[in-house]
Design a protein around this ligand. Structure first.
Ligand code: IMP
Length: 207
């Protein structure tokens, strides 16, 4: 394998994935590079189901090994909600702040504020194989938003390690240890272990 399609239009995710895979022999393509756009309904019951569905759809559409992810927030006291519905918690076209508002309202009076971000990454190989990895990051949900950076539930997610919300961290700080970083690092390690990609071989990484 020497190239993969990263099946997302999200520029932040593309940048992060390229950064993590930059010391490998992989060429990263995006839907924009191919001038393609397909719509895959995220109707799975789990993050993994959605990630695999997206990766397979892009693999079928392009004939290229395709990598996709799905992520969201799970709140322990809400039985894992909003979960796979994280981006649509307050409705199909809900904004980030509507989702955050509904989460805070739903958690009014709840003292157990433990939560985790989850990210599943799936790679659909043209030989039919699927390789996946999961990353999680635990924290707690504040009672009001703090911080201006990030997206989604970042302003109410308190990171116990830094004592800041994800929205108070810079993109680089958050990306250094996020659930997405963990999942991507794991899948990279799996691909290297299985001999599917090689590390430290990219020409432009040689000084
Ligand atoms: P998706 O994986 O891009 O579909 O993201 C699903 C939703 O989960 C986002 O719209 C956010 O609401 C939430 N989410 C996923 N990752 C993060 C994160 O790192 N910070 C804040 N919210 C997130």
């Amino acid at each position: 394998m020497n190239r993969i399609l990263v099946a997302t239009q999200n520029k932040g995710k593309i940048r992060e994935i390229k950064d993590i895979l930059k010391d490998t022999d992989l060429e990263i393509l995006t839907p924009d590079d191919l001038g393609m756009s397909i719509n895959v309904e995220e109707d799975g019951k789990t993050f993994l189901e959605n990630a695999v569905k997206k990766a397979m759809a892009w693999r079928e559409a392009t004939g290229i090994d395709a990598l996709a992810d799905d992520s969201g927030l799970e709140v322990l006291s809400l039985g894992g909600r909003p979960g796979v519905r994280s981006s649509r918690f307050a409705g199909d076209n809900a904004t980030d702040s509507e989702n955050v508002d509904l989460l805070l309202k739903t958690m009014e009076g709840i003292n157990d504020r433990r939560a985790r971000f989850v990210c599943e990454v799936a790679l659909a190989l043209v030989n039919g194989g699927i390789i996946s990895a999961r990353g999680e990051y635990e924290g707690t949900i504040l009672r009001k938003p703090v911080g201006e950076n990030g997206f989604g539930y970042d302003p109410v997610f308190l990171d116990p390690g830094t004592g800041k919300t994800f929205a108070q961290l810079s993109r680089e700080e958050k990306n250094a240890f996020s659930h997405r970083r963990k999942a991507l690092t794991l899948i990279k390690d799996k691909l290297i272990a299985e001999g599917i990609i090689r590390s430290g071989t990219k020409v432009d990484s040689i000084p």
